[in-house]
Design a protein around this ligand. Structure first.
Ligand SMILES: Nc1ncnc2c1ncn2[C@@H]1O[C@H](COP(=O)(O)OP(=O)(O)O)[C@@H](O)[C@H]1O
Ligand SMILES: O=C(CO)[C@@H](O)[C@H](O)COP(=O)(O)O
Length: 496
C-alpha cells in the first residue's frame, strides 16, 4: 500500500490540503473556503471552527479519493500568522479570532514601541505593528477585560486546528516569533515582555519545533475524515516560513514573493541580527537555527478580491487578469494603492486607505483592472526596495500564492521588479512546505536539501523586458509618492 503525506495550508481565504507521495508528486489538492468577518472598519475576524470544519472536509475528500490505495504517513501545517485565538480553562473558544490584518490595535502597537523602546526589536527582532499578537492581547485587556481574564491559552490558527485534531496544545518557534513575545535569540517566551505588559506566563503555549511529532489523530477525527489512526501529526509553522521551505529558499540568494491575501517578500537570513532594525520582520524559520526576514503588504490578493467582489462579482479572477491585459502598461496613467486594510511595510499605518489616482475621461474598466494589478505589484516593489537599499544580493524571485496562477501577472512582476521570476509548478508553496515538514518528520529524507531536491519543482525562468522595466521604474517612482500625499487626508478622514 502506498504511503502519502498531507500538507495543510490554513490560509486567510481558504484551507488548502495537498497530498503528496515519496517522489513529490501531487496526488490530490482540496480547498475549502471560509469567510472573514468585518464587523467594523479595520476589523478582521474569523470563526476558528470554520477552519476546523474546512480542514476536516478537505481531508475527507482526499481520503475518499485514495481509499484502499494508500495510507497517510504524516501530516503537518502551514498557518496564517499572528492571528489571536483564545481558549478558556475548559479549552473552549472565548471569542472570534482577531486576524493578522486587523487594524484595531494601532494605539496598542504605538504604546509598545514608545514604552518598551528599542528593546522590543532587540528581544523579538520586530517592532510592534497592529497585526501582531501582543498588541491584540493589550487591546483585550482594555476593551474586553472579562474575556482577557478568562484566557487560559492563546495560540495561532494552525495551533487551534492541530489541537482539535490531536487534543494537544502548543505552538512552534516560527509562529511564536510573530507574537512579539518570544526572545528570538534564546528561544523562549520573554519574561521581561510578559511582565512589563502584564500578560500571565501561563497564557503562553508550550514551544515545539516544526518537525516535532505532536500526536495521532483523535478517534473522532478519524471517524469524520477516514484518516488512518497511525497518521503522525507534526507541529508545522507560520505560513511564510513554511512557504520558504516549499519554494526551496534555504541558504539561497533567491527571495520569495507571495501574493496570497497578503503580499510577502521574504529572504533567508543566517542570524536574527540584521541591519533592518524592525523595518522588516525578523522571524524564526520552521527549520531549527534558521531565520528569515520579510516585508508584508496587508492587502495584495485581497485588494484584487475586494475589487472583483465589489465591481465584477460575476467575473472570475482569470477574467479580470484578461481585462487587465487588454489595457496598456501604466493603465493610462491610472494608479491604485492597495491600502484597503491600512498598510504594514514600509509604513506601519493602520489609518491609511486605498486610492485610485489619475482617473480621466478616457479611463476604461480594463485600465481599472490593470491599475489594481500594477498597484499591488508596486507595493511589493516597495518591499524589494528595502532589501536593495540594504545591498542584499537578489538572484531570482520565486513567485507563489494565488497571484502566481496568472502568467500575465508573473511577467508583469518580472517587468516591474526588473528581475527573473520563477514560479513553482504548483503555486501552493505553503501546502507543499507543510507536506515536506511531514515527510521530514516521518524521516523520508536524511536532510532538508534531499527533501527540497525531490519536492520543489520549478517552471522556466520568466525574464524581464528591459524596455518595460525602464518604463515601470518611472511609474513606480510616481506610485511611491502617493502614500505621503494621501496619508494626511486619510488621517483627517478618521476624524470625520
Ligand atoms: N487565477 C488567478 N489569477 C491571479 N490571481 C488569482 C487567481 N486566483 C486567485 N488569485 C488571487 O489569489 C488570492 C488568494 O491567494 P491564496 O494564496 O489562495 O491566499 P490565502 O493563502 O491567503 O488564502 C486571491 O485573493 C486573488 O487575489
Ligand atoms: O501577516 C502575515 C505575515 O506576517 C501574513 O502573511 C499572514 O501570515 C497571512 O498570510 P496569507 O493568508 O496571505 O497567506
Amino acid at each position: 500500500m502506498e504511503r502519502y503525506v498531507l500538507g495543510i495550508d490554513l490560509g486567510t481565504s481558504a484551507v488548502k490540503v495537498s497530498c503528496l507521495d515519496h517522489s513529490g508528486k501531487i496526488i490530490d489538492q482540496e480547498k475549502e473556503n471560509y469567510p472573514v468577518y468585518n464587523s467594523a472598519e479595520g476589523f478582521c475576524e474569523q470563526n476558528p471552527n470554520d477552519w476546523v470544519q474546512g480542514t476536516l472536509e478537505a481531508i475527507k475528500k482526499i481520503m475518499i479519493k485514495i481509499r484502499n490505495l494508500a495510507k497517510i504517513d504524516g501530516i503537518s501545517f502551514s498557518g496564517q500568522m499572528h492571528s489571536l485565538v483564545i481558549l478558556d480553562k475548559n479549552k473552549e473558544i472565548i471569542r472570534p479570532a482577531i486576524l493578522w490584518n486587523d487594524g484595531r490595535t494601532a494605539t496598542e502597537a504605538k504604546y509598545i514601541n514608545e514604552n518598551f523602546g528599542k528593546k522590543i526589536v532587540e528581544i523579538t527582532g520586530n517592532k510592534a505593528t497592529a497585526g501582531f499578537t501582543l498588541p491584540k492581547l493589550l487591546w483585550l485587556q482594555k476593551n474586553e477585560p472579562n474575556n482577557f481574564a478568562r484566557i487560559r491559552y492563546f495560540m495561532m490558527p494552525k495551533d487551534y486546528v492541530r489541537y482539535k485534531m490531536t487534543g494537544k496544545i502548543n505552538t512552534d518557534y516560527s509562529d511564536a516569533t510573530g507574537t512579539i513575545m518570544l526572545d528570538i535569540a534564546h528561544d523562549c517566551w520573554s519574561n521581561e515582555i510578559l511582565n512589563f505588559f502584564k500578560v500571565p506566563r501561563y497564557y503562553c503555549p508550550e514551544l515545539v519545533n516544526s518537525t516535532d511529532f505532536i500526536g495521532f489523530p483523535l478517534h473522532e477525527v478519524c471517524g469524520k475524515t477516514g484518516l488512518n489512526q497511525d497518521a503522525k501529526i507534526f507541529a508545522g509553522g507560520g505560513d511564510n516560513a513554511v512557504a520558504a521551505i516549499g519554494s526551496g529558499i534555504l541558504n539561497s540568494q533567491n527571495i520569495l514573493c507571495s501574493i496570497g491575501t497578503s503580499g510577502v517578500v521574504l529572504a533567508d537570513e543566517k542570524s536574527p541580527h540584521t541591519p533592518y532594525e524592525g523595518t522588516l520582520q525578523m522571524e524564526h524559520h520552521a527549520i531549527p537555527e534558521h531565520f528569515y526576514s520579510m516585508g508584508v503588504t496587508l492587502a495584495a490578493g485581497e485588494s484584487l478580491s475586494w475589487f472583483k467582489n465589489t465591481f465584477f462579482p460575476q467575473k472570475s479572477f482569470s477574467d479580470l487578469l484578461s481585462m487587465a491585459q487588454e489595457s496598456n502598461l501604466g493603465a493610462d496613467k491610472l494608479f491604485f494603492t492597495p491600502y484597503i486594510n491600512g498598510e504594514r511595510t514600509p509604513y506601519s499605518d493602520s489609518f491609511i486607505r486605498g486610492s485610485f489616482t489619475g482617473i480621466s475621461n478616457t479611463s476604461t474598466k480594463n485600465d481599472f483592472c490593470r491599475a489594481v494589478i500594477e498597484g499591488i505589484t508596486y507595493s511589493l516593489q516597495d518591499l524589494i526596495s528595502i532589501y536593495e537599499q540594504n545591498n542584499k544580493t537578489i538572484y531570482n524571485i520565486i513567485s507563489i500564492g494565488g497571484g502566481a496562477k496568472s502568467k500575465f501577472w508573473l511577467k508583469l512582476q518580472a517587468d516591474v521588479f526588473g528581475k527573473n521570476i520563477v514560479a513553482l509548478k504548483n503555486e501552493q508553496g505553503p501546502g507543499i512546505g507543510a507536506a515536506m515538514i511531514a515527510a521530514m518528520g516521518c524521516r523520508w529524507f536524511k536532510d532538508w536539501n534531499s527533501c527540497i531536491n525531490v519536492f520543489v519543482k520549478y517552471n522556466e525562468i520568466i525574464a524581464p523586458d528591459p524596455h518595460n522595466t525602464a518604463l515601470y521604474q518611472k511609474y513606480y517612482h510616481l506610485y511611491h509618492k502617493i502614500y505621503n500625499s494621501i496619508a494626511p487626508l486619510a488621517r483627517a478622514a478618521t476624524r470625520l
